[in-house]
Design a protein around this ligand. Structure first.
Ligand code: IPM
Ligand code: MG
Length: 363
């Protein structure tokens, strides 16, 4: 915690710029109230930049990004640009900056109905720790005999001991922290696996999980197959505290988990380098939603809550708590009812309401 920071802002594509604007507005409000300084540079790398220049990132982009304390990203994706290009940018940053954890909190908000009618907001409070530096996303493989009837495609998932172990260690440390803060009723790390079918990668994953869990006797550990976890998330969401998953499984189950919360508009995330050697990157987990771009209708809560995660990561917990309190209060009191849940609050209005609440808070 040093009070003064520099942040790289990548508004990106579609609704990215408008939700990012609200996140920054809220960052300004909380900085103003607490006397923090956030210098920021808005960087142009996006699909538009690619369409103009033929490149989505400048050649020195990773070196440029490394100079910041944190990165704040809107969203990437544009129908005019191949997915491999935008994904290349997103996953490229995650890999190059060794943001090896993708932390995705799944938390219900009083006032936001779950997509599942039996689920109440207070039933939802867990975190998915997604391994973010290897697994199925390494793009190792190739295509051969292209265009012939003998065409072959190979996509190899890569799991290293270092990569697997550090993700699991992070998950147990997080469970310990949640336990010490009294957040979890039943402190537990659940490993999302598929060792009944993937006899190499996931059996290895299970072995490492067993080893790491032995170092944390005070935290319960469980194993759930990825297919079964989708069912248990819906049936018994209260049973989850921290879930650790591989890159691809983590990607899939967090979209489902967002529906428990009330939709992707509420799902924040952080791509984290826990050792703080390189900057971490915070982003709402929703995409660029091109059809809603520029309409001032998108829900900015995920983006605003990503700012909250950024502040937590930087050690500015007081500022983070203020944002969470303002967001929760505004939603619970019905002041913010986003359009994705049938309300009428615009993107700008939601940001303004959160700011107003921050200024009105007593401490
Ligand atoms: C996410 C997204 C990305 C991912 C895509 C856009 C490559 O779905 O951040 O969850 O798969 O990681
Ligand atoms: Mg995803």
């Amino acid at each position: 915690m040093k009070g003064s920071y520099n942040v790289a802002v990548l508004p990106g594509d579609g609704i990215g710029p408008e939700v990012t604007k609200q996140g920054l507005k809220v960052l300004d409000a909380v900085s103003d109230v607490l006397g923090l300084t956030f210098e920021r540079d808005v960087l142009p790398w996006s699909s538009e930049y690619y369409l103009d220049t033929g490149k989505i990132l400048d050649d020195d982009a990773f070196d440029v990004l490394k100079k910041y304390d944190a990165i704040f990203l809107g969203a990437l994706g544009n129908p005019k640009v191949p997915d491999t290009v935008t994904t290349g940018m997103l996953v490229g940053i995650r890999f190059a900056l060794d943001q090896y954890i993708n932390l995705r909190p799944v938390k219900g908000y009083k006032g936001v109905p779950s997509y599942f009618s039996h689920v109440q907001p207070e039933d939802i409070d867990f975190c998915v720790v997604r391994e973010n530096s290897e697994g199925e996303y390494t793009n190792a493989g190739g295509r051969f005999k292209c265009g012939t009837e003998n065409e072959i495609a190979i996509q190899t998932a890569i799991f290293t001991r270092k990569g697997t172990e550090r993700a699991m260690k992070f998950a147990f440390e997080l469970a310990k922290e949640r336990k010490s803060k009294g957040i979890s009723q039943k402190p537990c790390v659940t490993s999302c696996t598929k060792s009944n079918a993937l006899g190499h990668s996931m059996v290895f994953w299970d072995t490492v999980f067993e080893e790491v869990s032995q170092r944390y006797p005070e935290i319960e550990n469980r194993k759930a197959m990825v297919d079964a976890i989708t069912m248990w998330f819906i049936k018994n969401p209260k049973d989850f505290d921290v879930v650790v998953a591989s890159n691809l499984f983590g990607d899939i189950i967090t979209d489902l988990a967002a529906m428990l919360q009330g939709g992707l508009g509420y799902a924040a995330g952080g791509n984290i380098n826990p050792e703080r050697i390189t900057p971490s990157m915070f982003e709402p987990i929703h995409g660029s939603a091109p059809k809603y771009a520029g309409k001032n209708t998108a829900n900015p809560i995920a983006s605003i809550m990503s700012v909250k995660m950024m502040l937590d990561h930087l050690g500015e917990t007081k500022a983070a708590d203020k944002i969470e309190c303002a967001v929760k209060g505004a939603i619970a009191d019905g002041e913010i009812k986003s359009r994705d849940i049938g309300g009428t609050t615009s993107t700008e209005e939601a940001g303004d309401i959160v700011c107003k609440r921050i200024y009105a808070q007593e401490v």
